[in-house]
Design a protein around this ligand. Sequence first.
Ligand code: PMV
Length: 323
Amino acid sequence: MKVTVKANTNIALVKYWGKKDENLKIPLNNSISMTLDKLYTITTSDIFDNDHDQVIFNNKDASEISKNKIIKFVDLFRNEYKRKEKLIIKTENNFPTASGLASSASGFAALAKSINEVFELNLSDIELSKYARIGSGSACRSIYGGFVEWQKGNRDNGEDSYAIQLVKENYWDIRMMVVIIDDKQKDKSSTDGMKETVETSPFYPAWLDTIENDLNNVRQGILDKDLEKVGITMEHNCLKMHSTMFTTRPAIIYWKPATLAVINKVYELRKLGVECYFTIDAGPNVKILYDQNNSEKIKKEIMSVSDITNLIECKVGSSALII
Ligand code: PMV
């Protein structure tokens, strides 16, 4: 049975940075994200009448590394549910891979859901979220649309570490602009980056000590549709995460000069009364949160910054679904 799934990527408003368990990808803190409608992965899986799996990534044979990651992921399901069939998997992102745009998030969410369908496993969203988490931490949030919280859980086996939906995509009509500064593959993966941070940054304990407050503010801010509350907390949380990276040994700096130029532009816009807030993940690109009424003004101003290669304006996206 051939099945095609579309999963949207997500951007964290309160970030996940640091793992308690590297293999099971259990985080040291909860995180809250918004699912984006314009950046997604489409994955088609089918039973392959052969003695090996086949993986096609962005219309080409996948590299050994990507192929092995994907097969290892399918094996989690094969081992648990005693399935022997080989699969042919075609997966495609509509945006650059591994550039801090969360391609692995939509990728593993789409893959988990497509395997569930092709093997007819009838797993719940919570189960799929746990599997997606093992693929790539933040992927557990891309099973759902709207605003989503990944609960770190307390158990060592990861059974209670999964995401839940806080509100659906139609609850709050807000925009996120993805400002692309550099879409090349990043030098340091988030996996390596966060491990080094946990091990060496003297600021890491402060990250964990203050996370509860950020989570409470953003959760409440989303429920109240309070852009200022969500935005101010999101910026502060992002700068705290990057401060832990800057103080890692050796330092991790994902920013480019244009990253800082966009941050300054956001501050300038706010001074002029145009409400908007930034966040940045493990890469140089900036994401801006704002109300749609300010869309044209923000686009015009951000486009005037040099070294911006593209802007993608997103609405709140839906859950991973079969298409
Ligand atoms: O799930 P990963 O390994 O791609 O890590 C994601 C890390 C951040 O994007 C920086 C934060 C987050 O919560 O998405």
